[in-house]
Ligand binder design. Structure first.
Ligand SMILES: Cc1cc2nc3c(=O)[nH]c(=O)nc-3n(C[C@H](O)[C@H](O)[C@H](O)COP(=O)(O)OP(=O)(O)OC[C@H]3O[C@@H](n4cnc5c(N)ncnc54)[C@H](O)[C@@H]3O)c2cc1C
Length: 278
């Protein structure tokens, strides 16, 4: 399904009440001010983040099904014309309209088209329990949400070290963007993506041949754990993102089994089996 049109009408959120986020990070720390002032067109904080945060409302301009369980939601906002990503795996805080309090979830900017003031977000549809998956499953052109800028994590050392990139279906947008950002002819990069089953396909360009591993009935992260349980390879940098428990186990194996310096590992639990990611 593809729906496309521009809708300038910002009906959400209504004026008046104080806006909250359901995440403890927002309730307790430096982010509180920006969340409470939501939906200011642009707001900033001066906390630990490199550039502070800016946030604005954005409007769904297109919805495209990439797979029955993966949906591309395209958002437009004037601010995307001048927005500058910090790196290929740029993520953002997605403020989701639910009742009178937005929820906050983290997603990847898969594509950014400044000339059209748009971004694409590829969302795994895992059911209606979570507000992000629920929003994406029902997304229609004209729907409103909030964007909070964040940053990127991919940071290989500048010494040409070989790289291991490991991700699952939630991190394949980020891994895909990383691979596509590598210069033509890049060698020494191994990229492995675990997908739920072999029906999943996902377009990743660039020169690195991505290995696809269907986990089928096995627990999330099993195929990625297989990779690091194999004979240790000489790797100088690893990027590991996926289910939080699996990411922890993989990181431990890279450090203890492969002897990789912990400072040369970028890792993030993108989601947590059994509950929302706190
Ligand atoms: C930096 C970063 C970038 C991310 N980028 C993307 C992205 O581009 N695309 C993407 O799809 N996800 C991405 N994620 C993961 C996404 O934020 C989580 O999956 C998030 O929990 C989804 O929110 P929700 O509101 O749908 O569900 P939640 O309210 O967080 O969780 C509700 C329930 O759903 C379960 N659940 C959550 N995610 C999944 C899943 N993928 N599969 C099965 N069960 C799940 C939880 O265990 C919980 O029981 C990213 C995460 C981070 C930290």
């Amino acid at each position: 399904m593809v729906m496309r049109s521009r809708s300038p009408a910002l009906q959400w959120p209504p004026a008046g009440p104080v806006w909250w986020c359901d995440q403890s990070c927002c309730a307790n720390d430096r982010f509180a001010a920006t969340v409470e002032s939501y939906p200011l067109a642009v707001s900033r904080t001066s906390g630990g983040n490199r550039r502070g945060h800016e946030q604005w409302t954005m409007t769904v301009t297109a919805v495209t099904d990439l797979h029955p369980r993966l949906r591309r939601v395209t958002f437009g906002a004037d601010e995307f014309a001048t927005f500058a990503a910090e790196g290929p795996d740029e993520c953002f805080g997605w403020l989701l309209p639910t009742g009178d309090r937005p929820h906050l979830r983290w997603y990847t900017v898969r594509h950014h088209r400044p000339d059209r003031a748009e971004i694409d977000v590829d969302v795994v549809l895992h059911g209606d329990e979570g507000p992000a998956s629920r929003f994406a499953a029902r997304a229609q052109v004209g729907a409103i949400a909030g964007f909070r800028s964040s940053g990127a994590a991919y940071s290989p050392p500048g010494d040409g070290a070989s790289q291991l990139l490991l991700g699952d279906e939630t991190s394949m947008p980020a891994l895909g963007a990383i691979v596509e950002s590598l210069p033509s002819g890049t060698s020494g990069v191994r990229a492995v993506v675990e997908v739920p089953d072999s029906s999943w396909t996902y377009r990743i360009g660039g020169d690195v041949a991505v290995e696809w591993r269907p986990r089928d009935e096995r627990p999330p992260g099993s195929c990625l754990l297989d990779v690091v349980s194999e004979r240790p390879a000489s790797v100088g940098y690893a990027w590991v993102c996926g289910e939080a428990g699996a990411v922890r186990a993989i990181r431990r194996q890279l450090i203890e089994g492969w002897g990789l310096d912990r400072r040369r590992i970028t890792f993030s639990g993108y989601w947590r089996q059994g509950g929302p990611r706190a």
